[in-house]
Ligand binder design. Structure first.
Ligand code: NAI
Length: 466
């Protein structure tokens, strides 16, 4: 009979939701068990954000080398050693994993290795490297999500890949078809196109990146097409036949042969083996585990955070929810808020958004206006040959309150932080205009976008003559 250990809080899943919740709860003085069946860091560190961004960094170096001549630099023949890129990716993951192990130790979080399942609303069974029972006053479910599989052509991890198995490729494909033009599809399209693959995106909707709104979708369709990525929209994939060294894809508009197919049509919550019913819990009709703003499930001492709650499916949202759940589980009161959730798609060019689009703001009843500053008019962008893209602020015409922002182009992923801060703190265009932005920087584009939204541009001709 395995032993039974007692903790204040048990957390199931060691991704960016679970491990952050564990640290926070430990900081608040609780005894914390973190149960993970695999590596700490979850999808984000092991098969998501970090590996893809490491590979994309390689692609970005290659991009700069390819255009060295534009900077007056001549380079010799360029050779790509993909296996070295993969090795570097694995080294980055290993370093970060070791860092997390250290963080758990230093915060006195007890990590158990195994699969947890509910025995009762307060009891968990852990089976794996560690075998034990855990009784906890509060439990946080942070089990994440897995790639959605299509029944007609499930991933075989050989020719039909998903976002996890594509990371195991040891060579650069000559041709790649990507089913789904969302976050994952477009990021991998950018990566492999830069490395020399002929990429075709097959998207069922009328546009790629539909969730990012029409202005992003339009801009990115042009930008990715200009780079050589073929984008087919309004296309349904009917079947994928596997050959020895290729796949034959039949679609509603024809067929194509490629070396691999990547299926990136969304992710679904992962609750395998959890036995939620023993905690009086179940997924709702949308297939997610519903929570309130305190991250409480229908069984109030049990919390859920991250992808399993089906909200946003972003690592940083999981971490935010982790802190909220840990605080509530530790006897404090905290509420999750989602008005200013930045979202970044690490394509080339990068896309970053926060808050409302113009369309969403108008639909909410605001008299919304926007100011869009093209990077073409920015000194720092010209200096670095980074003139593709724009910064756009969406604001309320009546009050000047900033409601949303979109930035596409160089450093978009970092630039969005200023607008997240502005929206979170209900700042107005005036606040941005009064803030001195360093020159010459990409961030100056926010100052200009705010000036444009106020119809007082400094570095562009006036839109409205007074
Ligand atoms: P997604 O929801 O972003 O995109 C899936 C796309 O597939 C949609 O455009 C959809 O219309 C299309 N689609 C669905 N069924 C299809 C079919 N049968 N044929 C053709 N197209 C079809 O999902 P994705 O890209 O798989 O990403 C999953 C989640 O992972 C996202 O919700 C995102 O939050 C997260 N993620 C975040 C990243 C980031 O923050 N940079 C990067 C990668 C993923």
């Amino acid at each position: 009979m395995p032993e039974k250990k007692i903790f204040d809080i048990a957390i199931i899943g060691g991704g960016p939701g679970g491990y952050v919740a564990a640290i926070k709860a430990a900081q608040l003085g609780k005894s914390v068990a973190l149960i993970e069946k695999d590596h700490l860091g979850g999808t984000c560190l092991n098969v998501g954000c970090i590996p893809t961004k490491t590979l994309l960094s390689n692609a970005s170096v290659l991009h700069q080398i390819k255009r060295a001549a534009e900077f007056g630099i001549e380079v010799g023949p360029v050779a790509i050693h993909y296996e070295k890129m993969v090795t570097r990716k694995n080294q980055v993951i290993a370093k970060m994993r070791a860092g997390l192990e250290g963080l758990m130790k230093s915060n006195k979080v007890t990590v158990f290795r195994g699969t947890a399942s509910f025995e009762s609303p307060h009891d968990l069974k852990v089976m794996g490297t560690d075998n034990l029972f855990i009784r906890a006053d509060k439990i946080i479910i942070a089990t994440g999500s897995i790639p959605f599989d299509i029944k007609a052509f499930p991933c075989d991890h050989n020719r039909i890949l998903n976002s996890t198995s594509i990371l195991e490729l040891t060579h650069i494909p000559k041709t790649l078809a990507i089913v789904g033009g969302g976050y994952i599809g477009c990021e991998f399209a950018s990566l492999f196109q830069e490395l020399g693959t002929k990429v075709t995106i097959l998207e069922a909707l009328p546009t790629i990146l539909a969730a990012q709104g029409p202005s992003v979708a339009q801009f990115m369709t042009k930008a990715l097409t200009a780079r050589g990525i073929e984008i087919r929209t309004n296309v349904k994939v009917e079947s994928i036949e596997k050959g020895h060294d290729h796949v034959k894809i039949r679609t509603t508009d024809g067929s194509l042969d490629t070396e691999y197919a990547l299926v990136a049509v969304g992710r679904k919550v992962y609750i395998e083996g959890l036995a939620l019913e023993k905690a009086a819990l179940s997924l709702n009709e949308k297939g997610i585990l519903p929570v309130n703003e305190k991250m409480e499930t229908a069984t109030p001492h049990i919390y859920a955070i991250g992808d399993v709650t089906g909200q946003f499916m972003l690592a940083h949202v999981a971490s935010h929810q982790g802190i909220i759940a840990a605080m509530n589980a530790s006897g404090f009161e905290a509420f999750a808020h989602y008005e200013a959730v930045p979202a970044v798609v690490f394509t080339a060019p990068e896309i970053a958004t926060v808050g409302l689009t113009l369309e969403a703001a108008t639909a909410k009843g605001y008299t919304a206006t926007q100011g869009t500053f093209p990077f073409l008019a920015l000194g720092k962008a010209q200096a670095g040959l980074d003139t593709e893209g724009f910064a756009q602020i969406i604001s309320d015409k009546k009050t000047g309150q900033i409601l949303g922002a979109i930035v596409i182009g160089h450093e978009a992923s970092n630039l969005i932080a200023e607008m997240a801060l502005a929206i979170q703190n209900e700042l107005t265009l005036e606040s941005i205009l009064e803030t001195i932005h360093a020159h010459p920087t990409m961030a100056e584009s926010w100052h200009e976008a705010a000036a444009l939204a106020s119809e007082m541009p400094i570095h562009l001709p006036p839109r409205i003559r007074r």
